[in-house]
Design a protein around this ligand. Structure first.
Ligand code: TRP
Length: 475
């Protein structure tokens, strides 16, 4: 059988894994949730959750991947017959996320183009319109959104098709350091705006009231954010883990990825919140699509010509972050596909057909999401009619973006993470993970802590998160 090639270097692996983790979640979710959830108090909870759940699941996935040397689907099957089916959830979750993630990535490209247009005063610029109007037009124009969504998907597909080394590793090794440099430029600009300090105060000043008033709510927010932000429970870390070498210390890698991801979340906050506060934006415009596509565009437009240069840098960095994430999602099913070809001894084994088929599949869902705008274009209506027989239509079911997000992030991810913890903690036993970490003289010093987390703490916390989500789903 032909050799299964992985990452060329440890740096390449780290950049790919951090690239997967760092994405839209960090830029538009983390800063605001931290500010709302009590600043440093929230950060503390987030870090504890990341340590007892995030890093634990991450290490489990990395070890599972490297131990079996297989893709996410067959990795589960290889270690447990009873939990083998859990692996099948991974490509489904990854493809679902990929489809709406690409729709958003498409909007980012559109905004990059928009700022180039503004800079040169062409008609495809903002033409002096406010961010809200530009965004309303962008979402209402379903056709255009589909085109940009497809451009984003195509970029993702090309990088993945070029291979683990030639595509993903090379892109992330250059893209991630570049992203940090661009982020530094934006932070400098944002923090020197008049009124910027209010943004930093919002995000960093500790406030324990939210924790006292609604501890469960904060826990659920922090937990959901963490799973999505760390790219867990969609097979990404299993797949990337299968591309690393035995001499690498997996436990240390898992902690490094978590810390880098949190650091970028904090840095992104220092870039976007001061700018939003300097503009005097309402709180509702400080997170999600509104932050990225309305508030910040207003900030850039308000700075004169130089503002568009910053706009180009900013949307450029968001596109880099989003692409490094989307390639990781596409790689999950592609790895499964190519592994199967390898097993069958297929001589003409190629990545292209796999990438093409999976891109078309996910692209179709992406196109629906794009055409729907943010639900305003009514693409969901026929489905609503279909579900109308049901007693109660859940509130989020009027928008494709929210529906796909809820299905993947809200349900499939916590479910996958829970099952993974139960499998590692109780079926294949934490010793298996220890043996995988302690290869080639590596020592797993925090093993006892890990064991307690994976058997008791993580399953309990994830079950709590899942329970909260299900209640929201049917509530
Ligand atoms: N972590 C990415 C972000 O914060 C999103 C992401 C990439 C992801 N790969 C994933 C989320 C796999 C869930 C599963 O934007």
């Amino acid at each position: 059988m032909e050799e299964r090639k992985g990452f060329r270097s440890y740096f390449g692996f780290l950049m790919a894994a951090v690239g997967s983790a760092v994405g839209l979640g960090n830029i538009w979710g983390f800063p605001f949730k931290m500010g709302k959830g009590g600043g440093f108090a929230f950060l503390l909870i987030y870090l504890v959750l990341a340590a007892v759940c995030g890093a634990v699941v991450m290490l489990g996935e990395l070890a599972l991947g490297r131990k079996t040397g297989q893709n996410a689907v067959t990795a589960y099957r290889a270690v447990s017959s009873r939990f083998g089916w859990v692996g099948a959830l991974a490509p489904v979750t990854a493809m679902l996320i990929l489809s709406f993630y690409s729709a958003l990535g498409g909007y980012c490209i559109r905004y990059l183009v928009l700022n180039v247009g503004c800079l040169f005063g062409t008609e495809w610029g903002a033409n002096g319109l406010s961010g809200a109007t530009v965004f309303a037009e962008a979402t209402a124009d379903g056709g255009m959104a589909v085109v940009y969504g497809m451009i984003f998907m195509a970029l993702t597909a090309v990088i993945v098709a070029l291979g683990v080394r030639g595509g993903i590793e090379r892109f992330c090794s250059v893209g991630m350091p570049l992203l940090m440099a661009m982020l530094a430029v934006i932070i400098l600009r944002a923090c020197t705006l008049p009124g910027a300090a209010a943004g930093l105060r919002f995000m960093f000043v500790p406030d324990f009231t939210p924790l006292r008033e609604d501890f469960m709510g904060v826990l659920r927010t922090a937990g959901g954010q963490m799973f999505f932000s760390l790219s867990l429970a969609a097979g990404v870390m299993i797949t990337y883990g299968s591309y690393t070498e035995k001499k690498q210390h997996l436990a240390r890698s898992a902690v490094t990825i978590v810390l880098c991801d949190t650091a970028v979340g904090l840095l992104a906050g220092m870039a976007v919140l001061p700018a939003a506060f300097a503009l005097g934006a309402p709180e509702s415009a400080m997170q999600g699509p509104a932050l990225l596509f309305i508030t910040l565009q207003d900030v850039f437009s308000g700075m004169g010509q130089m503002g568009f240069v910053f706009g180009i840098i900013f949307y450029g960095l968001v596109i880099l972050a989003a692409l490094a994430s989307s390639v990781s999602m596409l790689e999950v099913p592609v790895a499964y596909w190519t592994d199967r070809q390898r097993q069958k001894g297929d001589k003409k084994r190629r990545r292209w057909p796999a990438v093409l088929c999976l891109t078309v599949l996910s692209g179709a869902l992406c196109a629906i999401t794009c055409a729907d705008g943010l639900g305003g274009n009514g693409v969901w209506v026929p489905f609503q009619r279909f579900f109308a027989g049901a007693e109660k239509i859940p509130a989020f079911c009027d928008c494709w973006l929210d529906f796909l997000d809820m299905l993947s992030e809200g349900l499939l991810m916590p479910l996958g993470a829970l099952l993974t913890c139960v499998m590692i903690g109780w079926v294949i036993k934490p010793e298996t993970i220890r043996a995988e970490v302690e290869q080639e003289d590596n020592r797993f010093k925090t093993y006892r802590f890990y064991r307690i987390c994976v058997r008791y703490i993580a399953p309990a916390v994830i079950a709590l998160i899942l329970w909260g989500q299900i209640r929201a789903f049917f509530g």
